[in-house]
Write a protein that binds this ligand. Structure first.
Ligand code: HEC
Length: 154
């Protein structure tokens, strides 16, 4: 009997690693031929939740850029905060589970960077610095778009 305990422990460890990988890292995904992007499977309404967030991102980037051109810190702060972490509060059920870890990391980091931009403009508006921060955000956008797409579950 004593012999079995380490074996059971190892088995349970392997199972745990597998479960953590499956539920936390992999999400509900698949790979499609001729496409380098990983497909995330989710319901129409969950996809639409993310797409709405995306359209908000693009509006923020537009308004931040306009604010930089007009040297209008208030406009930049408002636009950046709109896409900050507060926007992630009402994530629908099932969505987080479907998203792979890398997607979540990039997504949260993007919201975070919008908050950081708002914060530094609040402290002091510097045109070059603000533009640099927007550029860094845009790298997150493009990296994620190169890596993932959504596929609606029937
Ligand atoms: C964490 C990943 C991720 C990040 C970060 C991200 N996107 Fe997206 N975005 C996606 C995915 C996935 C789609 C859907 C692509 C598909 O299914 O073909 C998408 C779609 C979009 C769309 C289309 C929306 C629609 O109505 O169909 C826009 C616009 C967009 N993103 C803008 C942005 C902008 C601007 C940023 C950066 C500020 C950004 N995204 C950052 C993953 C991301």
């Amino acid at each position: 009997m004593k012999k079995f305990i380490p074996i059971l422990l190892i088995l349970s460890l392997v199972l745990n690693v597998f479960l953590v990988y499956f539920f936390m890292f992999k999400g509900e995904t698949s790979i499609t031929e001729n496409d380098t992007r990983i497909a995330i499977h989710t319901s129409y309404s969950n996809k639409e939740f993310v797409m709405k967030e995306m359209r908000g991102f693009l509006e923020s980037v537009r308004d931040i850029n306009e604010g930089i051109l007009q040297k209008n810190p208030e406009k930049i702060i408002k636009a950046a905060e709109k896409s900050g972490g507060a926007a992630t509060e009402h994530v629908p059920e099932g969505l987080l589970k479907a998203l792979p870890m890398e997607f979540k990391k990039l997504g949260f980091d993007t919201h975070d960077q919008f908050d950081q931009l708002a914060k530094s403009v609040k402290k002091q508006f510097n045109k070059d610095e603000a533009q640099q921060q927007v550029n860094k955000i845009l790298y997150n956008c493009t990296q994620c778009h190169q890596s993932f797409k959504f596929e609606v579950k029937p």
